[in-house]
Ligand binder design. Structure first.
Ligand SMILES: NC(=O)c1ccc[n+]([C@@H]2O[C@H](COP(=O)([O-])OP(=O)(O)OC[C@H]3O[C@@H](n4cnc5c(N)ncnc54)[C@H](OP(=O)(O)O)[C@@H]3O)[C@@H](O)[C@H]2O)c1
Length: 271
């Protein structure tokens, strides 16, 4: 027998943007099913949010790069709960030469950023359709808007998230579900990004949003039915850079900047 509560499901919820999105939803009194990788202490967060905001919370640990785990999670939710929001936040990426990327590095990005997001959406759509009003929020990135050397697979995966989300939103136009896609810029959520942000000048640093600010904007906008979310003025300026700056010049700028982020490779003498 299912409980009467309507839950918000959030992936990648134990830290970073996912944790901030969970907190924003909790502040609005939404009951939560929070998904994280095993051993990330998700139940510490579920207990904290339940106590502080007087909501129902459930933690679930799984690796979403495994197909069978996505099926198991979807069946568990479907058999036990009603949901009215799905937030596909879990995602991964990195900066390295494509020729140095291992099969597992590439698989991780494609399976998590693309396959897990699509299959969870597909599997949970029937549950969302049962509600009078329901929401899907997919977290993409500003990197969705153009290719980037030395990141290659990550922006391509986020371009997929953008295209998938916009297409699905139009497909579901006549039903009760809004599909939104959010495009945050860099946030100091993990050591990789924090190190990069540390190198920016103070003007650029001042325009960077925290995960809390991004989460607040995302949840506010999705509840208003906005399907495209670009948080902050700096985000909107970056979007204009992607849209209006000549592609070849943009790629050259990224090449110079991102080359500094990867370790120098030994020069190969082809002579
Ligand atoms: N940070 C940025 O600058 C930035 C910028 C633009 C877009 N984004 C996007 O925002 C989202 C959140 O990023 P973030 O920076 O907050 O987090 P993050 O540090 O990049 O980590 C992503 C989260 O995804 C979850 N995850 C990773 N591998 C997983 C797997 N195999 N199975 C299940 N979950 C897995 C983990 O959640 P748990 O720890 O809970 O297990 C992890 O905390 C991502 O989609 C990212 O691409 C981030």
């Amino acid at each position: 027998m299912k409980t009467e509560n309507r839950y918000t499901v959030i992936t990648g919820a134990s830290q970073g943007l996912g944790k901030s999105l969970a907190t924003e939803c909790a502040k609005r009194g939404r009951d939560l099913i929070l998904i994280s990788l095993p051993n990330e202490n998700i139940n510490e967060l579920t207990n904290e949010l339940a106590d502080k905001y007087d909501i129902h919370t459930i933690g679930y640990e799984t690796d979403l790069t495994e197909d069978s785990n996505i099926t198991e999670l979807s069946e568990w939710i479907t058999n036990n709960y009603h949901i009215d929001m799905l937030v596909n936040n879990a995602g991964t990426g990195g900066t390295k030469r494509f020729s140095d990327a291992t099969e597992s590095y590439i698989d991780n990005i494609i399976f998590l950023n693309i396959r897990a997001l699509v299959m969870l959406t597909r599997n949970l759509l029937p549950l969302l359709k049962e509600q009078k009003k329901a929401y899907i929020l997919n977290i993409a990135s500003l990197a969705s808007f153009g290719p980037m050397p030395f990141k290659t697979v990550y922006p391509a995966s986020k371009a997929f998230v953008y295209s998938f989300s916009r297409g699905l939103n139009a497909e579901l136009k006549d039903c009760n579900i809004t599909v939104s896609v959010a495009h945050p810029g860099g946030m100091a959520t993990n050591p990789d990004v924090s190190e990069r942000i540390d190198k920016y000048n103070s003007f650029v640093k001042a325009t960077i949003l925290s995960p809390e600010e991004v989460a607040n904007i995302c949840i506010k906008k999705i509840l208003k039915g906005k399907s495209l979310i670009i948080p902050g003025v700096s985000g909107k300026l970056s979007w204009m850079f992607f849209r209006y700056f000549p592609a070849q010049l943009r790629l050259n700028i990224f090449r110079k900047t991102l080359l500094k982020e990867i370790k120098p490779q030994k020069q190969i003498d082809y002579a």
